[in-house]
Write a protein that binds this ligand. Sequence first.
Ligand SMILES: [Zn+2]
Length: 422
Amino acid sequence: MIELGESQNSPTEFAFEISHAPAGSLARVGTITTPHGQIQTPCFIPVGTKATVKSVLPESMKDLGAQAILANAYHLYLQPSPEIVDEAGGLSKFMNWPGPTITDSGGFQVLSLGMGFKKVLSMDSTTFRDDDVIAQNKDRLAHVDDDGVTFKSHLDGTMHRFTPEVSMQVQHKIGADIMFAFDECTTLHNTRNYQEKAVERTSAWAKRCLDEHKSLTDSRADSPYQALFGVIQGAQYEDLRREAARDLGSMQSSGISFDGFGIGGALDKESLGTIISWVNEELPEHKPKHLLGIGTPEDLFVGVEFGVDTFDCVLPSRIARTSAVFTPQGRYNVSNAAYRRAFEPLDDKCDCYTCTHYTRAYLHHLFKGKEILAATLATIHNERFIVRLVDKMRECLKDGSFWDFKQDFLGSYQRSSGLSAD
Ligand SMILES: [Zn+2]
């Protein structure tokens, strides 16, 4: 087993072991070990923004096969506060989720909410590209400088400042098993010059995150070890992406290096695989890679094929609350009139709690009646669908059938997706 916590003084409770790596491909199967348990990879990690997957019990998340939960540092910083999560014994204990937890750095929310992006909390490239991404300067609620970002709370308008050090302090108090370095997240609409500047800034911030992380790890030696992932930016530019990956991949500061890496920032659907391959060709092979905010079935196949180990995305739960549900034939809206008398499961191939106990007609009724249970049942199904899809990719990588499975699944999913009603 490869130990990734390289600090001599830190407990090395974090590790990543690769068990299968098909020849001639970046794809691999592995196990991430954290103080709160293991994650079999590739793996889809559901998002519980405010330390809850909206409308679903942690026990139900476990039952549907979730291996870890990702929460947002920005939201928990504003409410309830990192101090309260710390006093509660850390994120896992606070939210009664006994398994591994992850926090993002807060950078994406600070910048996206602050810069007048529409209400996009994930990097769903389909909605992302349609946004009027950067509001006029006067409308911005966030201002970036070389030291950090000053932003206005989306909750009450109060002013706050995130620096790499603050992000590390916040994430250490929240106490997730995996944290991300504070990065400057850009969009495809930024100029090349700005992207270069952002990559430079992210590099300087990454170093500061390592230093602060080392100092906090030492001063909180009785807390479980928290791993730190660096975030690779560089938008759609090959030289910037490769440079960022080489830089953060080999970065050492205060005697430590990153435990893994996140691939972040502007990613359009067409070049997703190309960008991931640039990055993963440069990053150290034996460290885990996380693709931030990506969760459509098509994108998950691309990510796994090009060596991504873990994914997170709000998509399954967000669309569930609008009555959109996944099936192997594509997405549909169960609130459509066609399902009023559909006394069959959301997806007859699904083994989730919702599909084994309820009908489309019942969910249609709950959505029409604006019943809270609608969100719960639809979310359980969608999260199970995506978790199980990536689990299946993992099994297929082991027995060599991944590419056949990809072709079969996408053939059916995409052929029918024109019929989907969302
Ligand atoms: Zn289901």
